[in-house]
Write a protein that binds this ligand. Structure first.
Ligand code: V47
Length: 375
């Protein structure tokens, strides 16, 4: 898309526009100005110009399934409605066979990715998780296994008295292909103390990601926004991710996650507004110049806001998901899954070109959509 035609009465955005045209890196003052600009449409215009320079109309989605082997968690994060104490009502832990059955169930189109995350269980040994990965790989060799947040990896390593590298090596040998981006929340200590006091700190999240990347395991990165953080905290978070990406190049996608307060200890907070959601997508695209992809996770944003986000910097809408639990425990009213054809329709209605991808962003070609890997 041509870069002429930019208009804004906000002088800070004119300065940023010149940098965007020259493909110069934005600094923290620029990032602050993007958060504070009254002209959110112009912020979106700038982000869209970068998105179209990188991807044209191409918009990625995948056919995936979420598996949450346990919701038992020692962390008791105030941000979370999913985790339960071991003996609390609603606590569950899948036996391995149950996890394998879950992986195989509920869908008739060929899944290319299992997204596996869960709570920090005080008793499940590392072997359970190694066997889970090995068992899934043996049963579904063609499916990419994207599993365990940096928080889970660090917790399992500590409990097994192994280094992060040794722990990841065990997973990699069992068939782990990459890691999802969860658990990053907001790196600033002040905020982490309020929303997720007992989780690893920001530096440990980043160093775990660094180790994974150096071992050839790509990952995603997230940021949870719309709770008690301020603009400085968001900018700090983005710049730390950008610095690590300069070092390793191991991040594939950035996913800003809107906080859902229902059923959490922070239920008194309001939900994010649509304007903040699309601004956050746009700022992410502009600041994270070394991230190939920005994902508008439809489950969290709603399908309608995710569609608009495809014009504000996002080039990915996530996948079919099939069975989302973390957001739905926190009050999300979106469906728990979406069929491939519905995702295609949403993307096309946004005037974009849908491309089914695998987890590594390689196009997936399908002749026969009735092909099934399920039971
Ligand atoms: O880490 C938890 C967040 C994350 C709430 O890598 C909440 O492709 C809002 O990371 N309100 C898990 N957010 C989800 C996640 C993810 C999702 C989709 C794709 C990928 C990927 C990763 O959800 C947690 C936490 O940051 N979360 N509770 C809540 N009440």
């Amino acid at each position: 898309m041509p870069l002429h035609g930019f208009q804004s009465e906000d002088p800070a955005l004119s300065r940023i526009h010149a940098k965007v045209v020259a493909q110069e890196r934005l600094d923290s003052a620029d990032a602050m100005a993007l958060y504070r600009s009254p002209d959110v449409l112009a912020v979106g215009w700038l982000a869209n110009s970068v998105r179209e320079r990188l991807h044209g109309d191409r918009t990625y989605f995948n056919v995936n399934r979420h598996i949450n082997p346990t919701n038992v968690c020692v962390a008791a994060c105030r941000l979370c409605a999913f985790g339960r104490k071991k003996d609390a009502p609603g606590a569950y832990t899948m036996a391995l066979e149950q996890a394998f059955d879950t992986a195989a169930s509920g869908y008739s189109e060929a899944v290319t990715e299992f997204h596996i995350v869960g709570g920090l269980h005080p008793d499940l040994p590392l072997e359970y998780f190694v066997d889970l990965i090995a068992g899934l790989k043996a049963r579904f060799p063609q499916v990419h296994l994207k599993a365990f947040t940096m928080v889970e990896v660090a917790y399992l390593a500590r409990r097994a008295k192994l280094s992060i590298e040794e722990t990841l090596s065990r997973f990699k040998a069992a068939g782990l292909d990459s890691l999802p981006g969860g658990g990053a929340e907001i790196f600033a200590d002040r905020v982490r103390h309020i929303i997720c006091d007992h989780k690893i700190d920001g530096d440990e999240w980043l160093s775990t990601a660094r180790t994974a990347h150096l071992m050839g395991l790509p990952s995603n990165a997230t940021m949870l926004y719309g709770h008690v953080e301020n603009d400085e905290d968001r900018v700090d978070h983005l710049l730390k991710l950008r610095a690590l990406q300069d070092e390793t190049g191991g991040f594939q996608t950035f996913i800003p996650l809107a906080f859902h307060p229902d059923n959490t200890a922070l239920r008194h907070l309001p939900r994010t507004t649509g304007m903040l959601d699309i601004r956050q997508i746009a700022v992410s695209r502009l600041v994270l110049d070394n991230f190939p992809h920005i994902k508008a996770y439809w489950q969290m944003l709603t399908a309608k806001i995710a569609q608009i986000a495809l014009r504000f910097g996002a080039d990915d809408i996530d996948g079919t998901v099939i069975e989302e639990k973390i957001y739905h425990d926190a009050g999300a009213t979106t469906p728990q899954g979406m069929r491939r054809q519905e995702l295609v329709r949403l993307i096309e209605a946004a005037g974009r070109q849908p491309i089914e991808r695998d987890t590594l962003y390689r196009p997936v070609l399908r002749d026969d959509l009735t092909f099934s890997i399920s039971i």
